[in-house]
Design a protein around this ligand. Structure first.
Ligand code: ADP
Ligand code: MN
Ligand code: MN
Ligand code: MN
Length: 339
C-alpha cells in the first residue's frame, strides 16, 4: 500500500528559524528521494527564482501517523549547483564535525518552552487577563493547581520514543505552563536532527490540543522565568582523562569567545539573561560548581566523578538553532584542548 513521508525542513524566518513540512505519497517499496518547495514563501528565495531543493538526511518512523509512514528531515540546497542553501546550518555543522569531531563531542540539550492559548497568547494555567500565584510550587509540581498540559507532554514524549529519538527526560518548569524535554547525549549533528524532529512532534501534538508552542526566551515579562536551552557537553578528554585543570581551561576558553557564542545562542536572549531567575547577566561571564547563576555550571556529578563528565553552558536560549550552538561549542573546546 502507498505510504506517507512527511518532509521536514528548516526555513529562513528571522530572527528565529522555524520548522516546515509537507507530505509526499510514496508507492509501496519506493524510497523518499530529492524533492523541492517554494522558497519565496519561507524567506529563502525570490519569486522569480523560487525553487529550493530538499535533500533527505535523517529519517525515522512517523509516530503521529503510525503504520509504515515516516518523517524525513531534509537539508535545503540551491538549485543552481546543489550546494547548501545559505540558511542550511546543518551542512555547516557537518563541516564543523569534520574539523573538530576527533575530540568525540557529545551533547545533551534541555529544550524549555511554554504552552500558550493560541487566541489570547497567555500561558496555559494563567487566569485570563491575570496572573497565577508567584513561582515556587510549579517546578516539577504535581496536581491540577500547579500543572497544565500534562497529557500533551506525555503524548509528545511517547511520540519521541516511538520515533527513536534520543529523548532523555522531561519536567515541568518554574513558570506555570512552561515545560522542558532533553535530547541527548548525542553527537553534534545528531543532537540537532533529533531536536528539530522533537520540536516538529511537539507542534504537531499540540495542534490537536489547540495549544500553541512558544520558544521565545522571555514569554512573560517581569518576575517569571524565561526559557533556555542549556547545552550540556563533553568530549573524550573530559569523559576519560578529566581533571579540574582541564575543566578550568575549557571554561576560560569560553570566556575568551563570548561574542562567538552569543552570536548563535538565540534572539532576544538579553531579555532572559538578566542575572535573575537562575541566569547570569548577558554582560558577565562566570563558571562554578553547582552554580545556577553562572554562565557555565560544573554539575556536581562531574566533580563527584573526579572531575570527569560534562559541563553545562546555561546561556543558549530556547529559540536557538541546535546545529549552530553545538558547532560553536566544539570549535571552542577544540581550541581549549590545543592551547
Ligand atoms: P539539569 O540538571 O541541568 O536540569 P538535565 O538532566 O535536564 O540537566 O539534562 C542533562 C542532559 O545532559 C541530558 O540530556 C543528558 O543526556 C545529557 N548528558 C549527560 N551526560 C552527558 C555527557 N557526558 N556529555 C553530554 N551530555 C550529557
Ligand atoms: Mn533540565
Ligand atoms: Mn530547565
Ligand atoms: Mn540545566
Amino acid at each position: 500500500m502507498a505510504y506517507r513521508a512527511e518532509y521536514l525542513w528548516i526555513d529562513g524566518s528571522e530572527p528565529t528559524r522555524e520548522i516546515r513540512s509537507k507530505t509526499k505519497i510514496l508507492a509501496d517499496g519506493a524510497e523518499p528521494g530529492i524533492w523541492g518547495y517554494d522558497g519565496s514563501s519561507t524567506n529563502q528565495a525570490t519569486g522569480d527564482n523560487s525553487d529550493v531543493v530538499l535533500k533527505p538526511v535523517f529519517q525515522c518512523p512517523d509516530p503521529i501517523r503510525g503504520g509504515d509512514n515516516i518523517l524525513v528531515l531534509c537539508e535545503t540546497l540551491l538549485t543552481s549547483d546543489m550546494s547548501p542553501h545559505p540558511t542550511n546550518t546543518r551542512a555547516a555543522a557537518v563541516e564543523a564535525m569534520e574539523k573538530y569531531g576527533d575530540q568525540e563531542p557529545w551533547f545533551g540539550l534541555e529544550q524549555e518552552y511554554t504552552l500558550l492559548d493560541p487566541i489570547t497568547g497567555w500561558p496555559a494555567g494563567f487566569p485570563s487577563g491575570g496572573f497565577p500565584a508567584p513561582q515556587g510550587p510549579y517546578y516539577c509540581g504535581v496536581g491540577a493547581v500547579k500543572i497544565h498540559g500534562r497529557d500533551l507532554i506525555e503524548e509528545h514524549t511517547t511520540a519521541c520514543i516511538e520515533a527513536g529519538l534520543a529523548i532523555s527526560g522531561t519536567n515541568a518548569e518554574v513558570m506555570p505552563g512552561q515545560w522542558e524535554f532533553q535530547i541527548g547525549p548525542a553527537d553534534t549533528v545528531t543532537v540537532g536532527d533529533h531536536l528539530w524532529v522533537a520540536r516538529y512532534l511537539l507542534e504537531r501534538t499540540a495542534e490537536s490540543y489547540d495549544i500553541a508552542i512558544d520558544l521565545h526566551p522571555k514569554p512573560v515579562k517581569g518576575d517569571w522565568n524565561g526559557s533556555g536551552m542549556h547545552a550540556n557537553f563533553s568530549n573524550g578528554a573530559m569523559r576519560d582523562e578529566g581533571g579540574e585543570e582541564l575543566f578550568k581551561k575549557i571554561c576560560e576558553e569560553f570566556g575568551k569567545n563570548i561574542d562567538r557564542h552569543f552570536s548563535v545562542y538565540g534572539a532576544d536572549n538579553d531579555q532572559r539573561l538578566t542575572g535573575l531567575h537562575e541566569t547570569q547577566s548577558i554582560d558577565k561571564f562566570s563558571y562554578g560548581v553547582s552554580d545556577r547563576g553562572a554562565s557555565i555550571r560544573v554539575p556536581v556529578g562531574t566533580v563527584q566523578d573526579g572531575w570527569k563528565g560534562r559541563l553545562e553552558d546555561r546561556r543558549p536560549a530556547s529559540n536557538g538553532d541546535p546545529y549552530r550552538i553545538a558547532s560553536v561549542i566544539i570549535k571552542t573546546t577544540k581550541e581549549a584542548l590545543a592551547s
